[in-house]
Ligand binder design. Sequence first.
Ligand SMILES: [Zn+2]
Length: 339
Amino acid sequence: MSCSYADGLSPYDHKGLLGLPEQFDTSDKIEEKCKLLTQWILESRHVVFHTGAGISTAAGIPDFRGPNGVWTLEKQGVKPNINVAFNDDGYAKFIVSQNIDGLHLRSGLNRQSIAELHGNMFTEQCATCKRQFIRYSATTSVGQKQLGTTCPGSQISRRGCRGKLIDTILDWEASLPEDDLVMADYHSCVADLSIALGTTLQIVPSGNLPTFTKKYGGRLVIINLQPTKHDKKADLIIHSYVDEVLIKIMKCLQLDIPQYTEDLDPTKRKNIEIVEWNYLRVNVVDMKNMFNAHTKKFKQIKLEKKLKRKNEDEFKKEEKKCKDDHCEEMVKTEVVVVD
Ligand SMILES: [Zn+2]
């Protein structure tokens, strides 16, 4: 993650465990685990990816202003090596990202398929109407500060607004964007497979979301070099570089890896159009309904299992009681016979 981003944040003492040693699975182990994960992806109806800083470094974004940073390379006329893309029409139903570097947005991902819980350097938000818009360049501001520009909302809709634009990058302890958090929550609960990529899952609530999949009967897979907060809950852990695992998975799924192209990158649009970056209400409502139906069904199944267990226990108790009574009866009979 960008050093300048880290510098822009307020001082904070609770950054979680730092400098944990990295672990590496053997290549045979990685191969075997990737095959199993591919099988689980194929079996699943709702796969959600949870991405952290580890995916950006894997995608060739070590930082923003360093010798090989995105902006440094762009200034030199070199195309950044953003070579990992998610296909929102394919196996991934939704992405929950803690990253603020705009990787997913620039890969051409649809807004309806992603929650950006900590903000995005390539988006700005109106402090009044809360609508978000895609920027041409990354903001250097951090902490939802005013950018000195006004809301372009009235230019694209009848909904006039003179609100001030702010950056969307959260500072420590700032509230998470409500819509993004709600959508991330719904998708994580509805998912039957959550895959955490390149995150130690230490930041709350973002880091806890993958465990909601487990809570409602799904599988949790963690791909990370360092141990994570929820390793004990995981059905599968792959200790390897995220890009190496994704390349293997794509190969197993017989899919080509889409290359980065400026044509799909909304920050590189040629015309001066204003592009909104907001959820459609209909999608939020659809997800809410799906969440309600899924959790209701899960609770019902759980209740039925509990009742079944209770009935079985009662039956066993009854059976034991009958046996005991029978034995007692037999003993009495024997006693009578002996007499
Ligand atoms: Zn506005």
